[in-house]
Design a protein around this ligand. Structure first.
Ligand code: HEC
Length: 221
């Protein structure tokens, strides 16, 4: 199994194996802008209240949505990178990330990505996200066991928040590492003048998927 497959990047903390960069880039850059994408066919969350009974269902749904969005973006990026290399991958991310996130945030769900250091300022973490990211980063740097995910329920509104960590794989360093090719870096800076998302080492926390589920208000009748 490819060590940089979506599942591994997102759900495991196993350290990354080296894969020849070129091959890995094609396979993995797919996740480059793994934004808030839910293939519309998979975004059919059942509207339900956030009672404890339903929390595990919601967690499973959140996991499924995070996985689905990775899959949807993968196809777009693979095509872009095959066609025009990493620079085309950057352009594709810029083009599709936010519109797809917006169009797929429905049925009570909002889906996105965030990080402590962001490329797109619209992905900036809020207080709760920052706290979870700091915890994930510590888990990874200290090699602590436990799932790299977090969930929180607001008792008053019933809002459920869910996050899942995203680790830096070898191929990610082509656009997020310490030694980005000058042409690629130039393309990144043109598209994202305030880019902070470089300098990541393999295995470190790159960011997280961040999802919110807000149950529908009960119908008054
Ligand atoms: C082809 C270059 C490229 C590669 C390779 C790449 N990324 Fe990115 N990444 C980007 C761009 C461009 C954005 C900004 C997308 C946007 O506008 O939201 C981004 C944004 C992100 C974000 C959202 C937070 C932020 O910084 O705005 C995460 C998380 C992320 N990348 C993780 C990864 C991971 C993990 C990998 C490796 C599997 C990876 N990226 C590989 C270009 C790349």
């Amino acid at each position: 199994m490819n060590p940089y497959s979506f599942d591994n990047i997102v759900t495991s903390i196993s350290t990354s194996k080296k894969t020849p960069l070129r091959k890995a880039i094609v396979i993995i850059s797919a996740f480059a802008c793994t934004i808030a994408i839910l293939a519309s066919g998979t975004a059919n969350a059942t509207q339900k209240p956030a009672s404890p009974d339903h929390l595990e269902d919601i967690r499973m749904e959140a996991r499924g949505h995070a996985k689905a969005l990775g899959g949807a973006l993968k196809a777009r990026l693979q095509q872009a990178i095959k066609r025009g290399g990493l620079e085309a991958g950057v352009a594709e991310c810029k083009l599709v990330a936010e519109p797809i996130a917006q169009s797929l945030s429905n049925e009570g769900w909002t889906v996105g990505r965030t990080a402590l250091k962001v490329r797109n300022p619209n992905n900036t973490a809020d207080d709760w996200e920052q706290a979870q990211l700091a915890h994930f980063a510590e888990q990874l740097s200290q090699n602590l066991p436990g799932p790299l995910e977090a969930m929180h329920v607001d008792e008053q509104t019933g809002e459920v928040r869910y996050m899942k960590a995203i680790q830096t794989g070898q191929v990610c360093t082509a656009c997020h590492g310490n030694n980005i090719a000058p042409d690629v870096y130039r393309t990144i800076k043109e598209a994202y003048p305030n880019d902070e998302a470089t300098g990541f080492d393999v295995g470190s926390l790159r960011g997280a998927f961040s999802l919110t589920y807000l149950p529908p208000k009960p119908q008054a009748d």
